[in-house]
Design a protein around this ligand. Structure first.
Ligand code: FE2
Length: 182
């Protein structure tokens, strides 16, 4: 059975539609930035495979590793999807890292991970972040990614929510001009 069908059986129809849009966009972003579109597409197909599991199932697949994860089992859906992908035979580290990292952010050395992260937050169905999508499709992926991570961190901070340690690490790794001052 192909990955698309396996994922379709495990998520709600509207989620599946989101997944297809993310995979298409991630591939287009990869193409525009000299990255492998097939890897980006595969990461897109698999990234939310665990998104509709129950908190109990998520914790079983991906035991919490810190306080943020214990408090928010939904934050485990990236690592849980990575486990599922591995069980289905996916071995490509770049793809697996992208799947896990789509929730928290990835290191900027991970091109496929950045393409997926940006595609997830800016796919047309979300109705927001058009500029981020545009920038990524113009070949300015790093800038788009910086902006997407900064948006996320600012949003969490404005609501008094502590970002996940990996989000903080991704934010810290992205130093440079496009960042607003905290
Ligand atoms: Fe997700």
């Amino acid at each position: 059975m192909d990955f698309l069908e396996r994922v379709r059986q495990r998520v709600k129809p509207e989620r599946f539609a989101h997944i297809l849009r993310v995979a298409e966009l991630a591939a287009a972003i990869a193409r525009a930035n000299g990255l492998d579109p097939d890897k980006a597409y595969l990461a897109g197909i698999l990234h939310d495979a665990a998104r509709d599991l129950s908190p109990e199932e998520l914790v079983l697949l991906a035991p919490p590793e810190n306080e943020v994860e214990r408090r928010h089992p939904l934050a485990l859906h990236g690592r849980a999807a990575r486990r599922m992908a591995q069980e289905w035979g996916v071995q490509d580290e770049e793809v697996l890292e992208a799947i896990e990292g789509h929730v928290y952010g990835v290191d900027p050395a991970q091109g496929i991970g950045m393409a997926l992260y940006v595609a997830d937050v800016s796919e047309p169905g979300r109705g927001v972040n058009h500029e981020i999508r545009q920038r990524a499709l113009e070949g300015r992926l790093l800038e788009a990614y910086q902006e997407a991570v900064a948006c996320k961190v600012n949003y969490l901070q404005s609501r008094g929510i502590e970002p996940h340690p990996r989000t903080q690490a991704a934010y810290a790794a992205l130093q440079g001009p496009p960042f607003p001052k905290a």
